[in-house]
Write a protein that binds this ligand. Sequence first.
Ligand code: GLU
Length: 281
Amino acid sequence: MTLTTRFAPSPTGPLHLGHAYSALLAHDMARAGQGRFLLRIEDTDTARARECWEQQIYDDLHWLGLSWETPVLRQSDHLRRYNDALMDLAARGLVYPCSCRRSDIRAALSAPQEGAPLPPVYPGTCRHRDMTDRRPGDALRLNMDKAITALSDRMPLAFTETGPERAGLRIVTANDLRCTTGDAVLGRKEIETASYVLAAVIDDAGQGITHVIRGGDLFDTTPLQVLLQALLGLPTPVYHHHRLIRDENGKRLAKRDDARAIATYRADGASPRDIRRMVGL
Ligand code: GLU
């Protein structure tokens, strides 16, 4: 199997140093292994994705000296594919409609603390509902208990992690999935819009990605993605979650952090080599 990596940005803002690190690592790993490097535009969030940001991604990556196969896969061109997978899960009774807002979820959880971030696990308020009862504006959630039962002869699941912080065979138990992932949203409120986790799983398999290289902030979504791969009969790639590039206060860089945007460094006269040095490559 040809080693195949990808960089999969969402065009919702300028690329910053953290993105450059991801893209350079994925590119260099593919080149070192005589493999393939793909670029995928994850623009299913139509409320936030913009073509101007997509164009800037191409410009910044070219300037960094990267090249990739064309045509580039743009997820907004394939919404049907993701929705078909979602409907497949729904037909198997693994998905239910949910009308809860964040405030409803907070209220349903015991002893919520004012201003505290939401715990990751949905309390199950809408779990009794079925698809015939889907109303406009409902999200679709995975019924985690049913998903685990459907895969009972394959549990626990596992994936190989090669990133520096958590390398090894990572075991995904039914208990972890129930307690830390729970009934995740797979279909967003807009009809025909699958969540990022599902779209990425389908495209990683469709594009033959063998190694997913991305920031450590996405490590916690991996158990859910591995579960979805098992449910949909898709292969599980190797995952490599890299360290995050942080600002001088130790904070993770965000899209709105324009000061570290690649475009800002370019405008200030930095070279691609300077960017490599800044991210430690
Ligand atoms: N599109 C995601 C992001 O920009 C990355 C997804 C991934 O690499 O799996 O954060």
